[in-house]
Design a protein around this ligand. Sequence first.
Ligand code: PLP
Length: 443
Amino acid sequence: MSHVFPRHSKSTLLTATGGDGCYLIDSTGRRILDCGDAAVSCLGHSNARVIKAVQDQVAKIAFAHTGFMTSEPAEALADLLIEKAPGDLDRVYFVSGGSEATEAAIKLARQYYLETGQPERRRVIARKQSYHGNTLGALSAGGNAWRRTQFAPLLIEMTHIAPCYEYAEKPEGESAHAYGQRVANELEEEILRLGPETVMAFMAEPVVGATLGAVTAVDGYYKRIREICDQYGVLLILDEVMCGMGRTGHLFACDYDGIAPDILCIAKGLGAGYQPIGAMLCTRHIYDSIAQGSGFFQHGHTYVGHPVATAAALAVVQELTEHDLPTRAGVMGDRLQSALELAFGQHPHIGDIRGRGLFRGLEIVASRETKAPFDPSLGLAGKIKKLALENGLICYPMSGTRDGKNGDHILLAPPFIIEDAQIDELVEKLSKTLKTVIPESTP
Ligand code: PLP
């Protein structure tokens, strides 16, 4: 028995011993199709270029403290990211994962307003049913009630507006555009309610991942959000930890919306799982205000800009951009959507099949007519996860019912190298799983 402290101590975990393209291999030699528990492995599990980059960098220099030195891969990666990044994003602060990136964003926003003489700006507005990470600051921004509840007394006070969730929340008769504008305007109402002089940032995921299963905003929503932020001097922080790095068919998810944030958080696909790495990108204006002010961003971690992690990520971004893999994610994502619609489009308990690129979600409902969720005590998400794994598939089922509102969801985020045959395999394994867990005749 190992002494590892597993997150899910009541389930038996497999031991991963190998990886081959879209497949993970366990200690019994079984091949499991990895369709993205956490939307990390965008290049699959055996990318030769990234493996070599890691090996070469370890042999050269594995660690040099960034209080003294930067490194060649960190510099090259920052330059490449900024060359591709939208808007005025100009500086990259490296961290080790998604939660560190969103924490960094919140702290940078605060420091920006302190250093520009507006100390009263300290409030962050985020959205309900969002997830921004598991450290206390990131958890405070997240609007996912069940994840927050037990830690609530320790969290920073932040307020949450409605997400843009057309399937579940748009009233019949309202156009998608009008709905998008109306929910975006909730941001303005919240800024006015709190007092614009007290609000420092609004944080959102361009495509919601870990709480709602690939919910895209309606067209025009983010343009209106950008306008409101500009009007009230509120920084726009986009959290692309899950949906960024090509997953939605664009290198940065916000490219689809035609807007740029003041601060952008990325992780997961940035290292593609080969190394733990995240990053926070900010505009030159924000960077300058600190560089010309205190000159010190108070968010140091020992491993920021780690040479091996940045070498891996540099190779990942080179792979993504040189082979135009975001476009491939868009094309294969459309195929996946069609295959899912063919398999589940008429299923009485699949209410919505959605997403963008290779970031797809299915919403499970008791009734397609009312969109009512199943009784949470059925624990559907957990059952789907377990049985899918037994059937040789890793997917990410989540229980929307834990927030007492929506149905359960299944998030699918396969590697961008997925082929047609593996899309068929994914759909077949998912069908087999759902046939057992929620037969079409389930009352
Ligand atoms: N932000 C979003 C949108 C995420 O989906 C996640 C993780 O799922 C995080 C932040 C936190 O990232 P990490 O688990 O790397 O800390």
